[in-house]
Design a protein around this ligand. Sequence first.
Ligand code: FAD
Length: 467
Amino acid sequence: MKIEPALIEQFQAIVGKKHVLSSREDLLCYSFDGTFAEFAPDLVVEPADTEQVAAVIRLAHEHAVPVIARGMGSGLAAGTIPFGGGVILPLNRMRSILEIDQENMTATVQAGLITLDLQDKVEKLGLFYPPDPSSNKHSTIGGNIACNAGGPRCLKYGVTGDYVMGLTVVLADGRIIRTGGKTIKNVTGYNLIGLFIGSEGTLGIITEAVLKLVAKPSYVRTAVAAFDQLDDASRTVNAVLLSGIVPATMELMDNTAIICIEEAMHLGLPVEKDAILIIESDGFDDHVVQQEIDAIASVCRQNGASDVQVAKTEAERADLWRARRNVSPSLARRAPNKLGEDISVPRSQIPEAVRRLKSISQRYGLPIVIFGHAGDGNLHPNILFDKRDPDQWGRVEKMVAEIFGAAVALGGTLSGEHGVGTLKLPYLESDVGAISIEVQQRIKQALDPKGILNPGKSLPLLTPTAS
Ligand SMILES: Cc1cc2nc3c(=O)[nH]c(=O)nc-3n(C[C@H](O)[C@H](O)[C@H](O)COP(=O)(O)OP(=O)(O)OC[C@H]3O[C@@H](n4cnc5c(N)ncnc54)[C@H](O)[C@@H]3O)c2cc1C
């Protein structure tokens, strides 16, 4: 779409000339995310605070120009790709920690803050912000809230949404709404915070958040359990939880994931094994944490683990997490493209889900690498392929449909943490049903009648109403 020079000048007057980008090179940088999708925006406008966001959105609303909020663009659902053109609104200039309230154990932050920066800061004060997407070095709090990001620790501690106590949001017409705050309990009116969590930039632009903090656990033990059979590893996940222990994390990696990581990082992972589980226990009593990891190791052995090693030093533990966090990028060693899905199934169905994924892979002749936050039933089947080959791409599309079909048939869902974005849109109705889509469209209509906020994402497009 064409954005008139006069309108560009008005954007420049709000954020400053150097924060409005329009060169081909600049636009190219904002045409990607963590997927293989690509489409350049018409303009990039970088606001410095909530008031500037509001002024930009008011102007965009007046001229019916689409606006796509962007954190670090690490999304895995093509949620920030501006397929219909428009303005990309990066929140990266807004990266301050506004307050850490140690007495109430809250942090008030701007949306563009990198997640790890918050975690590092609060941990120095003995506090803890648990939601830990593996992308925590390169994703923002705003993006995490907009996608309701999860991560390894969410098994014990819950997902991003469980830590959001208050939000400042710029609505589609440029008004600023502040909802929630520092109170632990708050049932005054509808739960608007819940509405914006996971809304993928389609209902409002999150500019600030009040986040819950907890006390940082004093002790942690991390074990790696190796299995000769993937099936045994996936059965073990629920066996550990049924034994009454809730570890902080329980991450699964299949053989291809282990090999790719080992080739990339040389950490001494057991490449001959069919699967590993990385399991962590944490708490405030060293003895209890040790007992817990011993009990977990014993459940793993009873369920077929051929070897269980507990990290002896912090460096060994850090290596295991470095391995886990780098699974996704290391897969590039195997194929030019990967399509990473994010299905979530009831925990009892993990073994069956893994079996069905491997069967889909065999039938279509393309590898599906399986890793993920198995403890909460959230698996990341990654299809490896070469997009330049139309035959492979055709097979990938069919495989994706079967993967989602399997998840839903097992009582699961399309996405545990990455969101719908563009890539899962064709399958949405098969999961949530027509009535849910209609209800969500009415919410969208009420909050964004012109359809300017991230159009075409998360929900089938509405016909915009004139206003
Ligand atoms: C290697 C790798 C590992 C990953 N691991 C995990 C993981 O363990 N768990 C997990 O949940 N995800 C994971 N992800 C996916 C991704 O990092 C998350 O979805 C993350 O929350 C996106 O944050 P971002 O700042 O990059 O958002 P972006 O990608 O920039 O945006 C994502 C969506 O949020 C919207 N948005 C962004 N900021 C705002 C805002 N301020 N207001 C309103 N809407 C906004 C965008 O419009 C878009 O729809 C991983 C990605 C990669 C590449």
